[in-house]
Design a protein around this ligand. Structure first.
Ligand SMILES: O=C(O)c1cc(=O)[nH]c(=O)n1[C@@H]1O[C@H](COP(=O)(O)O)[C@@H](O)[C@H]1O
Length: 232
C-alpha cells in the first residue's frame, strides 16, 4: 500500500451499459473501481471479472452481514472473482468476522477483507435509534478494534475517525473512507463528510468517491481535479 491515498470511484450506476462510458475513459493507474449492490445486482459477476481482466483494482462492496457460514462462503465466492478488496459489516460480530477472514486465508493473491464500522450516512441520533448510545466516533473505534482482533485487514469508516483508528489499531490497518465531498459538492445522504485534501492529509489509504465524480458533467475532469487537489 502506497503512502498516497488511492482513489476508488464508486460506480453507482443502474447497469453495466451506463457504467462503461466512464470506465472506458479510466485507466488502472489512475484509480480503483468500486462495484456496489446496485451495479452488482444488475450487471453480475461477469462484469466484475471483466474489470479485473482489464487490470483494475476492484473493491466489491457487497457489505455481507449474515451468519458466519453464509458470510464465509460469500466472501470466498467474491474472492474467486479476482477482486482486490471485499467488505462485510463489523456489527455481524467476532465469529462472523473470523469466518470472513478464514474464507480467504489460504488463497494465493487473496483480496483484502475489511469491515464497515458505522455507515458514513449515520449520526449519533441514528445510532441511538438502533440502541447504541455512544457517539459514532466511539462506536467506530470499538468495531475497528474488534475487526483488527478478528484478523481482518482494515475498516470502512468516515475520515473523521481515521486518526483515532490508526492510534488504536496501528499502522498497516487499512482505513477506507467514503463520505468524501469536495468543497461545494452536494452532501446528499452522507453525514460524516470530509474534503479530499483534508482526508489525504491524514494519510488515509483509500478514499471512496462516487457522486461528486459520476454525477459531474465531465466525470473524468472531476476525478482529475480531485486528484490535483490532493497534491496541491
Ligand atoms: O462500504 C462502503 O463503500 C460505504 C460505507 C459507508 O459507510 N458509506 C458509504 O457511502 N459507502 C459507499 O461509498 C459510496 C459513496 O458514494 P458517494 O456518497 O456517492 O460518494 C457508496 O457507493 C456507498 O455505498
Amino acid at each position: 500500500m502506497t503512502q498516497q491515498s488511492l482513489i476508488f470511484v464508486a460506480l453507482d450506476y443502474a447497469d453495466a451499459k451506463s457504467a462503461w462510458p466512464l470506465i472506458n475513459q479510466l485507466s488502472p493507474e489512475q484509480c480503483g473501481l468500486k462495484v456496489g449492490k446496485e451495479l452488482f445486482t444488475s450487471a453480475g459477476p461477469d462484469f466484475v471479472r471483466e474489470l479485473v481482466k482489464r487490470g483494475f483494482k476492484v473493491f466489491l462492496d457487497l457489505k455481507f452481514h449474515d451468519i458466519p457460514t453464509t458470510v464465509n462462503k460469500a466472501v470466498r465466492a467474491a474472492a474467486e472473482l479476482g477482486v482486490w478488496m471485499v467488505n462485510v459489516h463489523a456489527s455481524g460480530g467476532r465469529r462472523m468476522l473470523e469466518a470472513a477472514r478464514d474464507a480467504v486465508a489460504n488463497m494465493p493473491n487473496r483480496p483484502y477483507v475489511i469491515a464497515v464500522t458505522v455507515l458514513t450516512s449515520m449520526t449519533a441520533e441514528d445510532l441511538r435509534e438502533v440502541g447504541i448510545d455512544t457517539s459514532p466516533a466511539e462506536h467506530v473505534i470499538k468495531l475497528a478494534q474488534l475487526t483488527k482482533s478478528a484478523g481482518l485487514d482494515g475498516v470502512v469508516c468516515s475520515a473523521w475517525e481515521a486518526e483515532a483508528i490508526a492510534a488504536a489499531c496501528g499502522k498497516g490497518f487499512l482505513r477506507v473512507t467514503p463520505g468524501i465531498r469536495p468543497v461545494g459538492a452536494e452532501q446528499g445522504d452522507q453525514r460524516r463528510i470530509m474534503t479530499p485534501p483534508e482526508a489525504a492529509a491524514l494519510g488515509i489509504e483509500v478514499l471512496v468517491i462516487g457522486r461528486p465524480i459520476t454525477q459531474a458533467t465531465d466525470p473524468v475532469a472531476a476525478l482529475k481535479q480531485i486528484q490535483l487537489s490532493l497534491t496541491a
